[in-house]
Design a protein around this ligand. Structure first.
Ligand code: NAD
Length: 262
């Protein structure tokens, strides 16, 4: 490895297990020399994350529920106490009531709309504000989105609206934080087999469809998403901000399925 992240420290939010996209990113950042802190949601996930963190040399773990201001205060307080400053934050967090990731979008409830948008979009704004205070020399904020933000993907429903809002937030945050040399970008992978991915009705069919039709005839891998995160968080990403970077085997360029699949 080239140690592209040597001397950089940051927080990875959203590891639930070894299939999590956040874990793919953490491994790639650590392999390039980054020093990592991890946030996890609740004790049960904490038990899973602890050995993963240890395997990349980290004992810095914080329990964070992004709907709870006190836990966010404690997390960024701990980062400040231990490191003083940080260089990056990876936000790989989303949630919607599973019952609304099925059926028709038109049935979205007000309660789940609020919950989904709060956890999947607002939390990134909240975290960006807190993180920017610890980035006096600039830094990188990364989030994860999906093409259901601008193309209808059956059953993605309210999460599509949340990702659309998140992508707009990336652009507004990039503009606010640009003068402080803080870059804000999103990675948009194609479908991946994770806990959150499995919550969407028809996930397996979406995965197979995308693999069979993408120009590369392949879905995103944890390694490919991790490598993209390294590029964006390292100095090689110095002039890229406000961007949505797709890691989807090229699926997004298609106007129709491949002839062999019709
Ligand atoms: P995952 O289930 O491994 O990760 C989701 C994480 O969100 C979990 O760690 C969970 O604890 C966390 N989370 C949910 N609510 C939270 C809260 N209130 N407070 C703190 N943490 C909370 O699944 P994943 O697929 O790795 O998801 C990571 C990101 O990638 C999400 O934003 C997801 O939308 C996005 N994404 C996933 C896919 C896919 O196909 N899996 C594709 C594109 C984008």
């Amino acid at each position: 490895m080239a140690e592209l992240m040597k001397g950089k420290r940051g927080l990875v939010m959203g590891v639930a297990n070894e299939r999590s996209i956040a874990w793919g990113i953490a491994k790639a950042l650590a392999a390039e020399g980054a020093e990592l802190a991890f946030s996890y949601q609740g004790e049960a996930f904490g038990k899973r994350v602890e050995p993963l963190a240890a395997s990349v040399g980290s004992d810095f773990l914080v329990d964070v529920d992004v709907t709870d201001d006190a836990s966010l205060d404690a997390c960024f307080g701990a980062l400040k106490d231990r490191w003083g400053t940080i260089d990056f934050v990876v936000h790989a967090i989303a949630f919607s009531d599973k019952s609304e990731l099925a059926g028709r979008f038109i049935n979205t409830s007000r309660e789940n709309f609020k919950t989904s948008l709060t956890i999947s979009c607002y939390s990134f704004i909240d975290i960006a504000r807190r993180a920017s205070e610890l980035m006096p020399d600039g830094g990188t904020l990364l989030t994860l989105t999906y093409q259901g933000s601008n193309r209808v993907t059956p059953y993605y429903n309210v999460m599509g609206v949340a990702k659309s809002a998140l992508e707009a937030a990336v652009r507004y945050l990039a503009n606010d934080l640009g003068p402080q040399k803080i870059r804000v970008n999103a990675i948009s992978p194609g479908p991946m087999k994770t806990l959150a991915g499995a919550a969407i009705a028809g996930a397996r069919a979406t995965y197979r469809h995308s693999e069979a039709n993408a120009p590369l005839r392949a879905n995103a891998t944890l390694e490919a998403v991790g490598g993209t995160a390294v590029w964006l968080a390292s100095d090689y990403g110095a002039c890229t901000t406000g961007e949505i970077v797709r890691v989807d085997g090229g699926y997004h360029v298609l106007g129709m399925p491949q002839p062999e699949n019709i």
